[in-house]
Design a binder for this molecule. Structure first.
Ligand code: OXD
Ligand code: MN
Length: 588
């Protein structure tokens, strides 16, 4: 497939270590992928689902101890611990390589090593980057074929260039005690072993497109962010683009594929999805910020996805999709998960493979983190700009979290620097089972806590630097939203889902200096009547409450923010410290 000496030498070195019986290059052809599907079905690695109801769809079940990303086994191996920073696990690169080499040695004996050339971003786009993943898992090959652009076109576009990310994955024994997900940012290298779960093994996603790419972005002057990208079309047919970062499990995929409420739909408003998880951002020659989605598919959480909650995501899973750890309806060989509908199949195989009779099952039929891997082009609201190699211009950046009491429904940062502070102080509360109980606060700056590939303090500094390079007139405005505010009984106060569009419209109006706002201790809040609540059954007092700022609760949060920032010591940018001081003074 290639004469690229650096690629071939690296491949030989990895093969000498892992000792596969065979090496197979993935050319990206449907013919080759179809052969691999058949082979995986023959060995039981995949189950072929009902091809009339779900054409091209397959099922996979992982080991019971291997169902999620493992943050405690994820390492950033920079030459010094300081470069990785206080919130990443770190080990000296030489020590880590030595440790892992022992585990990899002979790990592919009797197995096939697949070589997957892949592009994050449209092949040949100035935003895009190439990776090559070596893996002994067909499941990985087939998922990568959905989540990224793969094959001959990619290796051809690499040519003799040596700028690619070297990714090695071996399934080995799926032993959780010896599981490692390791990034070596300075070597553009990712080594993953003893897992077969998506986030740990589809190395283009979190490992490359966020951890390695965030490091490359810092070096090269761009940004890799845990953000969805959506286009909002107004009745005149103009589309404005928004990026939004939320911690995992805060509804990013739902927001990215939002269906406007009836009243706005009738007026002609539409939402177009560019991405649901990751954005790569660059400053264009015109001084504006542009974004691409480096991925080609959605690796979405299945439970909770229904026609009501996310019609578009569900529609995307109706063909050429791989389902992992959901339940199988044995009557018609289709899939089911909690929240799909109210009818758990009676005759069912739960995610662990156990046959259950719906009447006696006593747990979850689908694993709470069960997934669909669906091609983005299946999505009914996929943006016409999805493949645009130049990306889309970003008008607004939105940060958000799950806060019961602290954050109002929406507020705007005063400027870029304040916006960086708003992102840096992002947090989510774990949802407590008891009504009204407030969970534990987990600080998750820019939703990048598990994904930043270098020192988080330097990452803040990079954000501030990027702001200086943007044309101040054209830089995106920065906002914070909270869909999860609760009343004293623990009920959610905002309807969420499609109605979040009302908040996005205020945000875009602010970007064009159209909507009113009032200054407050934390930033600009919508003035009375600025958020359109037409046809919404929402008591005006509740909206007032949603937009209120409780200074005592905020003071408590400031104490927590201070503690959090203290761990970065002198490395914390002075701009962040200054913003913290301003907030504290405003609250006094
Ligand atoms: C994801 C995550 O899987 O953020 O996208 O955990
Ligand atoms: Mn994510």
């Amino acid at each position: 497939m290639t004469n690229n000496k650096v690629v071939l030498n690296w491949l030989n070195e990895m093969a000498e270590m892992t000792k596969p019986e065979k090496i197979v290059w993935i050319d990206g052809s449907e013919e080759q992928l179809e052969k691999l599907r058949a082979e995986a079905v023959a060995t039981g690695e995949l189950i072929k689902l009902n091809q009339e109801k779900l054409p091209g769809c397959y099922y996979h079940r992982t080991a019971e101890n291997d169902v999620a990303r493992v943050e405690d086994r994820t390492f950033i191996c920079t030459p010094t611990k300081e470069e990785a920073g206080p919130i990443n696990n770190w080990m000296d690169p030489a020590e880590m390589y030595a440790k892992l080499k022992k585990l990899y040695t002979g790990s592919m004996m009797g197995r096939t090593m697949y070589v997957i050339p892949y592009s994050m971003g449209p092949v040949g786009s100035p935003f895009s980057k190439i990776g090559i993943e070596l893996t002994d898992s067909i499941y990985v090959v087939l998922n990568m074929a959905i989540m990224t652009r793969i094959g001959k076109a990619v290796i051809d576009s690499l040519g003799d260039n040596t700028d690619f990310v070297k990714c090695l994955h071996a399934k080995k024994d799926v032993d959780p005690e010896e599981r490692y997900i390791v990034q070596f940012p300075q070597d553009s290298t990712i080594w993953s072993i003893n897992s077969a779960y998506g986030g740990n093994v589809l190395l283009g996603k979190k490992c490359f497109a966020l951890r390695i790419a965030s490091y490359l972005g810092m070096k090269e002057g761009w940004m890799a962010e845990h953000m969805l990208i959506l286009g909002l079309e107004n009745p005149k047919g103009e589309v404005k683009y928004i990026c939004a970062a939320f911690p995992s499990a805060c509804g990013k995929t739902n927001l990215a594929m939002l269906i406007p409420p009836e009243y706005l739909k009738k007026k002609g408003y539409k939402v177009w999805t560019v991405g649901d998880d990751i954005a790569w951002l660059r400053i264009g020659p015109d001084g504006r910020l542009y974004a691409i989605n480096p991925e080609a598919g959605f690796f979405g959480v299945a439970p909770g996805t229904s026609e009501k909650t996310n019609f578009n995501a569900l529609a995307a899973t109706k063909k050429n999709t791989i389902f992992t750890n959901v339940a199988i309806n044995n009557d018609d060989n289709t899939v089911w998960w909690e929240g799909l509908d109210k009818n758990p199949p009676e005759n069912c195989t739960e995610w662990t493979g156990k046959q259950v009779n719906g009447k006696t099952f006593d747990g979850k039929l689908a694993h709470p983190n069960s997934r669909f891997t669906a091609p983005a082009i299946n999505c009914p609201c996929i943006s016409s700009e999805f493949e645009n190699p130049q990306g889309v211009p970003i008008s607004a950046i939105v940060f958000g979290g799950r806060r019961a009491k602290t954050a109002p429904l929406v507020y705007q940062a005063r400027d870029w620097e304040h916006g960086v502070f708003v992102g840096a102080t992002m947090a989510s509360e774990t949802t407590a089972a008891a009504a009204g109980a407030v969970g534990v606060v987990r600080r998750d700056p820019m939703a990048m806590k598990p994904f930043v590939g270098y020192n988080m303090a330097d990452y803040f500094a990079h954000w501030i630097e990027m702001g200086k390079k943007l044309d101040p007139e054209k830089a995106p405005k920065i906002f914070h939203v909270n869909w999860f505010r609760q009343d004293d009984e623990g009920n959610f106060m905002w309807p969420g889902f499609g109605d979040n569009m009302r908040v996005l419209l205020w945000i875009l109006d602010r970007c064009e200096n159209r909507a009113g706002a009032v200054d407050s201790a934390i930033g600009y809040l919508p003035e009375d009547g600025a958020v359109d609540t037409t046809d919404l059954d929402l008591n005006p007092d509740v909206l007032k409450e949603l937009l209120s700022v409780d200074k005592d609760i905020w003071m408590e949060d400031v104490v927590n923010q201070k503690e959090y920032f203290a761990q970065f010591g002198d490395r914390l940018p002075k701009e962040i410290a200054k913003q913290l001081e301003i907030l504290e003074n405003n609250l006094k």
